[in-house]
Design a protein around this ligand. Structure first.
Ligand code: ADP
Length: 525
């Protein structure tokens, strides 16, 4: 859920839900209190509304013991002498007492029966309203002193004596019940507000504050240079998105730092390799120069030999420096390629012709086969591709150990699978694709095979690494920097292709590389 959604939900949790819950609780509490009061005072629940005690107390008090009052009235009309039967009165009073009520019967202004002697001991204590001379048949009034409602009925016994039946209802416990209802309501409101507030705080904490805290800790970790602590946040809101972006940033930063460390390590290794590779010819140059200076080379022939060695070693140094400078340029991407479209067949024929004379002089033969379409064009930097061919062929010559060396160059189409058509196509009115798919690149593959000593299987994965020289080559007298194939790999990869080697020791080595075809099919060289 987004933060906006969370805020709306929080608003509902803070307002609507407490209001609804409070309403339900208040209704339940009032219902409970009302049914207790209705039971206590024998109130007919059909004529009495739940909230009358709060909003219409007059109606409430009117309904108090109404049923008993109606029964007494009926009896005064139908059989008034029943009120002279003490047994009957005791029984009726007993059941009334259970509801906090009792009856008083007065006959000819004399106490005849009193249902609760504790409250009214003397006749004068009774706040009787109707006069004995002019008795009102029905009266209801409240006695504040005893907190009672008195319902008074005047009637005549069969002997014409004036009778007065008083139904006294003690309502002193109504305020206490009302107070307990208010207490319950206040407690319920407090509990509802407290629990919704707590829920809200927990929810906000879980969904907003905790991820923020995780993010803060992760930032601190990164600040101290620890990039290994991943952030796990599963929420889909803005904070979750921020955490995921942060995690992505951490991963990228980590790989950048690792690259940086690797690059520093490479530079260190390179410096050590360079100093080692430069030291050997320079030590030799120094030794031979000292030989001349000290007069060890005491004949013109010896001097000539020493100078030739110095010249050869100086050439080795120049070769190494040239390779190094090219390598560093390609690696720093400061090398400006000049890509042009050339006809594959013409380009390779020229290259093979260029090297074949030199190879012939070294007793090495070269074959060339091209099985691709003769109009195929490739997009290459012609000079740099020549360097690639030169480095591979030069190695084949350099490491050749057979009297009749042989090199074979084969060019063929690569067997790449065509891309699957898209599942859904959006078409224009004329039926053509609205978003035409870009055609996948097509490649040709060049194989350069020699019949040299081959390369040990455990050296094969490393021969394209810079400064890597197989032990056999390092220990031989063959000049080399270990940069030739590293340069080949960088140039081919900058052309969008890939390079690899396969070899059988004692049989020979095959170098393969791929080159991107130019779709324009230009036929110029
Ligand atoms: P180097 O300057 O030593 O030739 P390269 O990067 O050109 O460096 O080659 C790396 C290593 O691969 C060489 O030292 C050699 O051991 C091996 N190698 C390359 N080409 C051949 C080959 N045609 N035959 C045998 N070994 C080869």
């Amino acid at each position: 859920m987004k933060i906006r959604g969370k805020l709306i939900t929080a608003f509902f949790i803070m307002t609507i839900i407490p209001i609804a819950l409070i309403f339900l609780c208040v209704t339940a509490i009032l219902n409970k209190e009302n049914s207790v009061l209705a039971d206590t005072y024998n109130i007919n629940e059909e004529t009495f509304h739940n909230y009358d005690i709060v909003i219409n107390p007059v109606s409430f008090f009117h309904h108090i013991a109404l049923a008993d009052y109606q029964a007494i009235t009926k009896l005064t009309e139908e059989s008034p002498d029943q009120f002279l039967d003490k047994q009957f009165l005791d029984k009726a009073n007993k059941s009334l007492l259970k509801r906090g009520a009792y009856i008083i019967i007065i006959k000819d202004s004399q106490f005849y029966y009193i249902g609760n002697k504790k409250k009214f001991e003397k006749l004068e204590d009774i706040p009787i309203q109707s006069s004995y001379d002019e008795p009102a048949s029905h009266l209801t009034y409240i006695d504040n002193k005893t907190s009672s409602i008195i319902k008074e009925i005047s009637f005549y016994f069969t002997d014409h004596a004036l009778g007065q039946a008083l139904l006294v209802v003690d309502f002193s416990n109504v305020p206490s019940r009302w107070f307990s209802a208010v207490k319950d309501i206040v407690l319920a409101i407090f509990l509802i507000l407290f629990s919704t507030g707590t829920l809200l705080v927990i929810w906000i904490y879980q969904s907003i504050l905790r991820p923020l805290d995780t993010l803060r800790l992760a930032t601190m970790q990164i600040g101290t240079g620890n990039l290994n602590e991943p952030i796990h946040v599963s929420s889909s809101d803005e904070i979750g998105k921020l955490c995921r972006d942060f995690e992505e940033m951490r991963i990228r930063l980590k790989s950048m730092v690792e690259e940086q460390i690797q690059s520093e390590e490479n530079i260190r290794e390179m410096i050590s390799n360079i100093s080692h590779d430069l030291k050997t010819p320079i030590t030799a140059i120094k030794g031979y120069a000292e030989g001349i200076l000290d007069g060890v080379a005491d004949t013109p022939e010896k001097q000539q030999k020493y100078l030739q060695t110095i010249y050869a070693k100086a050439n080795d140094v120049t070769y190494l420096i040239d390779e190094l400078s090219l390598f560093s340029k390609v690696e720093r991407n400061s090398f400006a390629y000049n890509f042009v479209s050339v006809n594959l067949e013409n380009y390779f024929t020229d290259c093979i012709e260029d090297v074949s004379l030199d190879l012939e002089s070294k007793n090495i033969t070269i074959d060339y086969y091209n099985t691709t379409d003769k109009n195929t064009c490739i997009l290459v930097d012609t000079e740099q591709l020549k360097r690639v061919l030169h480095n591979i062929i030069e190695n084949a010559v350099k490491y050749n150990d057979k009297p009749d060396g042989h090199i074979s160059v084969r060019i063929e189409e690569t067997k790449t699978k065509p891309a699957a058509p898209p599942l859904y196509r959006q078409l224009k009115e004329d039926g053509s694709d609205l978003f035409p798919q870009k055609k996948p690149d097509e490649f040709i593959q060049v194989q350069i095979e020699d019949n040299g000593p081959g390369i040990a299987a455990n050296d094969i994965p490393h021969i394209f690494d810079r400064f890597y020289r197989a032990d056999a080559s390092r220990n031989s007298s063959k000049r080399g920097s270990g940069l030739g194939l590293a340069i080949v790999r960088m140039i081919i990869s900058d052309h969008g292709g890939k390079v690899w080697a396969e070899s059988i020791e004692g049989v020979g080595t095959s170098f393969y590389f791929t080159l991107k075809k130019d779709r324009k099919e230009v036929t110029t060289n």
